[in-house]
Write a protein that binds this ligand. Structure first.
Ligand code: HEM
Ligand SMILES: Cc1nc2ccccn2c1N
Length: 287
């Protein structure tokens, strides 16, 4: 069922943001100097993307990723790097819940990679191991447009929100050892841009079977796309949105911010007193 968030306590969440942001800036060598930004975004997404609007199960509230049943979901391979990154932050701020920490990590990463401001509310409360949702709720990358549409409908998202959210694939890369896909990263792996959409439309893509026997799209610049990425230009309704975001990064930023905030808050009711935080970046604080 829907969870009710805890009334916000007198806590300094900007201080937690700054600790995460400073650690992202310091530990820049991770994953061939991509850094921890992208994998933190993916942890926030995967800890929220278990939501199912049909029975109001899953979602970020209980912080259940911390239990091995969810951590070992094959879809979550590689996210241990983000979990290990956040461990010292959790030790420094033991009062923050796991769900608040995993989602705040993603918000901090997007903003520190020069992405849009993401409004964030606190109040998620750790739930016990017997509340861990079943594996298999996160999307399979080998599928086409109708599969993507159904999966994001289960999460409570329409086409516009779906295309905006997948725009996060401008970040980071795929790794053979995690998903069986491999791609040298795209043009801006640790800067949040609309490159994913520009690349989708402008590059020349060929479907290959990679050395793990997995089908992926590659281009002549050494970039890759998943089959579900390519579905966004094959489906006419999705394609219209890809063209809109490729043309206007500001519209992409606006729509991504709304959809990402909604994703991280799915299945949670927040008390009116829990106002959304708009965190300042390190640069904005001259830190
Ligand atoms: C159809 C929906 C989606 C599918 C099938 C999908 C699948 C994948 C796969 C297979 C990877 C590579 C993982 C690895 O090998 O390390 C990946 C990476 C990533 N995904 Fe998605 N994803 C989807 C939607 C999203 C959404 C909605 C977000 C965030 C809003 C997101 C953020 C990321 C990020 C940031 C990475 C890079 C992680 C890294 O560099 O370690 N993805 N995704
Ligand atoms: C640059 C980049 N990052 C990702 C992540 C997932 C899937 C595809 N990606 C691309 N092309």
């Amino acid at each position: 069922g829907v969870h009710v968030a805890e009334k916000e306590a007198k806590r300094d969440y900007q201080e937690v943001y700054n600790a995460i942001a400073t650690k992202i800036r310091d530990e820049d060598e991770y994953d061939n100097y991509i850094g921890y930004g992208p994998v933190l975004v993916r942890l926030a997404w995967h800890s929220s993307g278990t939501f199912d609007r049909n029975d109001n199960s899953g979602g970020s509230f209980g912080g259940t990723y911390r239990f091995k049943k969810e951590m070992n979901d094959p879809s979550n391979k590689g996210l241990q790097n983000a979990f290990d990154f956040l461990r010292p932050i959790h030790e420094q701020f033991p009062w923050i819940s796991s769900g608040d920490l995993y989602t705040l990590g993603g918000v901090t990463a997007v903003q520190e990679m020069m992405g849009p401001k993401i409004p964030w509310r606190s109040g998620r409360v750790d739930q016990p191991e017997n509340t861990v949702p079943d594996n298999g709720r996160l999307p399979d990358a080998s599928q086409g447009a109708s599969y993507v549409r159904n999966l994001f409908d289960r999460l409570g998202f329409g086409d516009r929100e779906t295309v905006a959210l997948i725009g996060a694939h401008a970040l980071g890369k795929t790794h053979y050892e995690n998903s069986g896909y491999e791609g040298p990263w795209g043009p801006s792996p640790n800067v949040f841009t609309n490159d994913f959409f520009v690349n989708l439309l402008n590059a020349h893509w060929t479907l290959n079977t990679n050395k793990k026997g997995v089908k992926q799209w590659d281009n002549d610049q050494g970039h890759m796309m998943l089959p579900t990425d390519m579905a966004l230009v094959k489906d006419p309704k999705y394609r219209k949105l890809v063209e809109e975001y490729a043309k206007d990064q500001d519209v992409f930023f606006r729509d991504f911010s709304k959809a990402f905030a909604k994703l991280l808050e799915n299945n949670i009711k927040f008390p009116d007193q829990n106002k959304p935080h708009y965190f300042k970046t390190l640069d904005e604080q001259d830190l």
